[in-house]
Write a protein that binds this ligand. Sequence first.
Ligand code: ATP
Ligand code: MG
Length: 560
Amino acid sequence: MTDAAATPPTDFVRDRVRADQQSGKVKHVVTRFPPEPNGYLHVGHAKAICTSFGIAAEFGGKCNLRMDDTNPEAEDQEYVDAIQEDVRWLGFQWDGLYYAADYFDQLYRWAEQLVQQGDAYVDEQDAETMAKNRGTVTSSGTASPFRNRSPADNLLLLRRMKNGEFQDGTMVLRAKIDLAHNNLNLRDPVMYRIRHLPHQRAGASWCIYPMYDWAHGQSDSIEGITHSLCTLEFEHHRPLYDWFCDKLAIYKPQQIEFARLNVEYLLTSKRKLLQLVEGGHVDGWDDPRMPTLRGMRRRGFPPEALVAFCKHVGLAKFNSTHEYALLDHYVRDYLNKTSLRRMAVLDPLKLVIENWPSGQVEMCEATNNPEDASAGTRLVPFTGELWIEREDFQENPPKDFFRLSPGREVRLRSGFFVTCTGIDKAADGTITAVRCTYDPATRGGNAPDGRKVKATIHWVSTAHALDAEVHVLDHLFTVPDPQGHEGKDFLDFLSPKSRVVRRGKLEPSLKDAAAGQRFQFERLAYFVCDAKTSTKGAPVFLRTTTLKDSYQKTQKKAGG
Ligand code: ATP
Ligand code: MG
């Protein structure tokens, strides 16, 4: 699978771009990524980014970042800044940074042109009537009584609209196309609406704002976009995209649609993500359980893994939902190769070594990453009193339990062999400590006589342990498709176990973990040092993902 990710992708979009270049129709490929700055980018946007930036790079072209900021209601400079940061984090750099709002003057001039050509008119019907008069898929629309006003009258009204003479909602500018068209988007779509609200970039200059369809294709045209790549829901808007460019007789880019990215357990709707934030169900857009790029970054997802995942998913013409395990596979694959191994105990049980020389501290050499020799080794203090994981001990073990139990010998990783000799219990029966003896000849974890043990467990010296907060993170939802249940809201499926906060006993070197540094806590999971809540000497660790790869298993089941 990793090999496949290294080969250049082919798909129906790339085939078209290639054909356009070969036929000479397009010399220099220009694409764009056009987010609306009304929220933070999420995993779905990662796919759109990889597609537009990736294709431009592969074909020696350019890719613009354009803020599709035509709607003053929900947009904010905060999002504009975050979008740029997130695109860079994913590893991409735009050629030009543009704003649809900077095209407002040009768009308005073009609107006057359409009015003068008799291709647009001011409609004074109220929104409800207009919606009703649009008709349905089976019935034609009804013409507005204002549809046949003269171009001169329309022009006057449009100018008065622009000058702020009318209230919000009293009239709109509509394209004059075809009220019987079987594509409802062409039944005289709205181009401008009145909204007396300042714009985050354009300031107070405007009180009419262009609708998406009116702004988008024209913005593409202005920037000389050759291939305007977007998701499938815009397929039925393409005839309108083309109509506007044709009527204005301006350069016409070609819009090509591909399937949206959907991933199990992850919501890819800004509106729903906003609901999670505003409802206090998460700690903000950068909550590490969020499918936003900042959430994923904070959780320790390597951007390289996201890019590899998007590449693997590829471009399709039909929407589908991908297994979370596939994304997880790429994250784990990257982390396995790159993250430092450390020992940490999350549910501590004391292990007392009875024959350990009192007060002695042995520095044990431990491998930093068995996958990467250049990562080197470190020294971990070993003493006569250690923390081990409670679940690594059983007083009455079942047949298939090979870890520590009375009379059993196991290896303490990079340390020594120990044999359990007894147990201390509290009055209520809980085990408070396990007693054992060690074999000094097994230093480093191997017996000179060649005897084997069936298990290796991790440990942390009690005298040296760093007490730290560790967040065991899991899916935000209990079901893979929180939106797909009739009569239920996605909020009904919030998982109570998506974050379990524990205090762990960590290997002392973790005290100096850098913000954002990724680790494998051996035998437990991958963790990242939280860049947001960690303080100097007091790191907080977040679980990125577990060690077990369930993707390969499913693949095997599927015969893949
Ligand atoms: P949302 O529904 O979450 O608000 P959006 O499509 O309205 O998403 P935009 O900011 O307008 O968000 O999206 C910018 C670009 O990202 C668009 O070209 C859009 O097609 C693409 N995009 C958005 N969501 C996805 C997704 N899930 N998969 C692939 N591309 C996406
Ligand atoms: Mg959008």
